[in-house]
Design a protein around this ligand. Structure first.
Ligand SMILES: [Zn+2]
Length: 103
């Protein structure tokens, strides 16, 4: 059973292309896809601050998601390692947030 608080993507069983948003078939080779969890460690692609909220585009296995970065630090850099957190808001709605990983 897949934990819904993870971001679930589909991956082509033939060419391994990751398909997001999820689809039953690969858009490259029309192979059948399988669902799996995305690796929840990625990096910061873009960020901006508004008041005290840091909006961030994170990249995880080449999939980009927008969320908020939970950090008190003023030292935030592009390509910093982040962890993805998924919160289920309703049946089909999720919100994403990130925390910095100390390296
Ligand atoms: Zn494919």
């Amino acid at each position: 059973m897949i934990n819904e608080s993870q971001l679930i993507i589909t991956e082509c069983s033939k060419c391994n292309k990751i398909i997001w948003p999820r689809c039953n078939f690969c858009d490259l080779c029309l192979g059948k896809t399988n669902k799996r969890k995305i690796k929840n460690i990625g990096k910061i692609i873009e960020f901006s601050k508004k008041n005290k909220i840091i909006f961030c585009v994170g990249e995880f296995e080449k999939i980009r998601v927008i969320g908020t970065l939970d950090s008190k630090s003023n030292r935030i850099f592009l390509n910093s390692k982040i962890k993805l957190h998924v919160t289920k808001k309703s049946n089909s709605q999720y919100s994403y947030s990130f925390t910095l990983i100390k390296t």
